[in-house]
Design a protein around this ligand. Structure first.
Ligand code: RRO
Length: 337
């Protein structure tokens, strides 16, 4: 049995149906990698079969090859890390020929993250991918490691909407597009409504938070790029708060939640807050098996609480206590089960 189908239930517990969906993308289970933390999945393939995951989310790709920001590009932080990679990558042509081809032969579901300096670049990327076998397009409008904050489209509702509506028009209509949002805004619900109105089929959240570490030996910023994106367990409560607020703002849109997920219990918090699936990122650097372990743990956490399927748990924390009690009472009586 694969991790996607095996039952990790205890005595007296029901098996849990782990299937979920992100708009028209049907997944066998709700655990994916997070963009930037597993390249295009090939390295993880040394540790486990990447087809066991709900999907592999690839490192944001740009039109041209790009060497990224100056080194050092990573710094440790309490319960997290700061990165300043700066969109290093091979460019879309090499990505399609090598990375996408590898994911396809591996039988993995592929979520391709794209990034551009302007709307036109995003559109060209969507067009280049039009005829290729991808399951979802994640539109990264929130990379913190760019030359100017004006390029963080996700900090402005109008700029976000402009990119998303243009990508929605250019991309293959059979492929859902998700806008990836930044937590570094005053009202994330406002940005979510803006991208929803512009045609996003769903939302990925959150990208990293902008941070800075000073190296006390040099008494200079620790990262070559000065600022960087903060990830890891330190940001998890911020991420869950954002998922909660965006679920309230656009309850009709599916959410892919991420930010500091280290265990199945962490993943369950995101699902209860409103995420239909989750991405595991920074945890992979410490434990490459983290996504498959978290999937098994999540299944056990759901079973222990009496859920028959992961979809029943999506947004469950938003329900009133009486409604939650009624759900489980009817389950015991076999009503609606
Ligand atoms: O490449 C990066 O430096 C980077 C990206 Br594209 C992103 O979206 N988030 C991040 O923390 N780093």
């Amino acid at each position: 049995m694969t991790a996607a189908t095996e039952s990790s239930t205890g005595p007296g517990e029901q098996a849990v149906d782990m299937r979920t969906s992100l708009a028209s993308f049907q997944l066998p289970n709700p655990v994916l990698t997070a963009s930037g933390c597993a390249a295009a999945g090939r390295e993880l393939g040394q540790f486990f079969d990447v087809a066991e995951l709900g999907g592999v989310v690839t490192k944001s790709i740009m039109l041209k090859p790009r060497s990224g920001r100056p080194t050092p590009r990573m710094a440790e932080t309490p319960s997290g890390m700061l990165n300043s990679i700066g969109l290093q990558g091979p460019g879309i042509d090499s990505f399609i020929a090598n990375d996408l081809a590898w994911l396809k032969q591996a039988g993995a579901r592929s979520v391709v993250s794209i990034a551009g300096h302007n709307t036109e670049e995003f559109v060209n990327l969507a067009k280049r991918l039009y005829n290729h076998p991808i399951d979802l397009l994640e539109v990264n409008i929130s990379c913190p490691n760019v030359e100017s904050r004006g390029q963080v489209f996700a900090c402005d509702p109008t700029a976000s909407a402009r990119v998303i509506s243009a990508v929605r028009r250019a991309a293959n209509p059979n492929v859902p597009i998700f806008a990836k949002l930044s937590p570094d805004v005053t009202d994330i619900g406002l940005i979510a409504r803006s991208v929803a109105d512009a045609g996003a089929d769903g939302i990925s959240l959150i990208n990293t938070l902008l941070g800075l570490v000073i190296d006390l030996d040099t008494m200079r910023p620790a990262l070559g790029g000065v600022t960087g994106g903060l990830s890891g367990p330190a940001i998890r409560p911020v991420a869950i708060r954002c998922v909660w607020q965006v679920h309230q703002a656009v309850p009709h849109l599916p959410l892919l939640g991420m930010g500091g997920i280290k265990t199945g219990a962490d993943a369950l918090q995101f699902i209860l807050a409103g995420a239909s699936a989750v991405s595991v990122g920074t945890a992979i650097f410490n434990d490459p098996h983290a996504p498959v372990r978290i999937l098994a743990e999540l299944q056990a956490e759901l079973a222990a609480r009496g859920f028959a399927s992961v979809t029943e748990a999506v947004g469950f924390a938003h329900r009133a206590v009486a409604e939650q009690e009624e759900f489980f009472a009817s389950r015991k009586l076999g009503v609606g089960a």
